[in-house]
Design a protein around this ligand. Sequence first.
Ligand code: NAD
Length: 472
Amino acid sequence: MRVHEQLYIDGSWVAPLGKGSIDVVNASSEEVMGRVPRGNEQDVDRAARAASAAFEPWAATPIAERARYLEQLKDGLAARSDEIARTIAGEVGTPINIARSIQAGLPVTVTGSYPALLREFHFEERVGNSIIVREPLGVVGAITPWNYPLHQAMGKIAPALAAGCTVILKPSAVAPLNAFILAEIVHQIGLPPGVFNLVSGAGAVVGEALARHPLVDMISFTGSTVAGRRVSEVAASTIKRVALELGGKSPSVVLDDADLQKAVSHSVSNCFLNSGQTCSAWTRLLVSRKQHAQAIEIARTAAAKFTIGDPLAGQARLGPLVSAEQREQVLGYIRRGLEEGAQLVTGGPDAPEGLPRGYYVKPTIFAGVRSDMSIAQEEIFGPVLCIMPYEDEDDAVRIANDTVYGLAGAVWSGDPARAQRVARRLRTGQVDINGGKFNALAPFGGYKQSGHGRELGKHGLEEFLEVKSLQT
Ligand code: NAD
């Protein structure tokens, strides 16, 4: 049991002004595994004042010094990575091997990318008689989700600190324990007081208080489209900058000359990663109608390899969903798919056998899915793949772009030039071509209702900078 009774504000662990606490439930045992404070508006106000007071000196620190702090932060995260992985495997349900490599590993990679980026970034340029300077934006409110909780947090905090901004983190109430480990590391490395602050609590209370607060200059939000819309509305009263990383319904477009076996099995793995609780998951697999039957068989075989079980046991490729609520939402979509007439290839709404506890859902594949079905349009956020037949290349592009989202995607073809041509036609922030690997320096973010703004790499740093022109 990890019990935290204090918030981290102005370089100290302090008693919260908000009353009560939030229980953190283990996704596989359904038992309470930790507790964090239920912060309130006054806690946000304290943190905002601290972050605001810390801003000017932090913004003025030499770049080499900020880079050194980021190195130390990276080393601190690496040193506690096993504990981080086990904590997130518990609160989110991610199988331990994936928790080690992604949940604990990616924050180290991302944080570790900024010292070098910082050293080579051009903070000034000359345009005619003007000097253009890029300055830190101010106080950043970082609001993060539960699915890759520490990665989402470091995707904001590392570039914000690198830019010279100060930060208030409001982690998801569902998986907040990892954020407390982060705050302990921040404290240990001696980051100046107020530069990083942690206020846990409910989204509608702490999140909205951050979005509303006049001393908070920017909200960097990752989460659902519904909450992102609300954050934008609340933030509008103070005209603060808002960056939104929201949901997705990303397509994997398998062109008719692709290696079908590789493309389909890779797409199934991508969709089921973290039990499908991945914003950029390829949840729609587009295949030529001529290859639909063959793709179904490949997908069925690939799905059978996704053994379900205890995330900490080490064998399971698929853990539970994060919560009972999330499981209900996903099962609702599976039932809806059946009602809508999609062909159930594998899985379904029945509970997996031999797992009386934990929020498990069978890996589920629907085929013959049409774009007008809700399972093809709405983000399910569970291990549910929709196979959608298309007639020709133009039809594939039309279907791929036919959702309100535009976060990620994939294109597969035996002809790399053709694949790239189709990739450029997708209205989405990232496209992996023929299994192109994740790049922690490439910008990540959405088109359309998947949000705006970019995280990671140089583009992620630019999010936290203001531009000033000095005429000489
Ligand atoms: P969520 O929107 O419920 O919560 C996200 C965060 O926002 C949490 O910290 C929550 O407490 C807070 N919040 C909720 N309501 C709020 C409000 N009214 N004002 C301010 N803050 C509020 O999302 P979730 O369930 O934690 O995460 C899943 C969602 O996140 C999915 O839709 C997923 O696609 C999305 N996501 C997107 C990305 C991306 O980079 N695009 C990454 C991960 C997750």
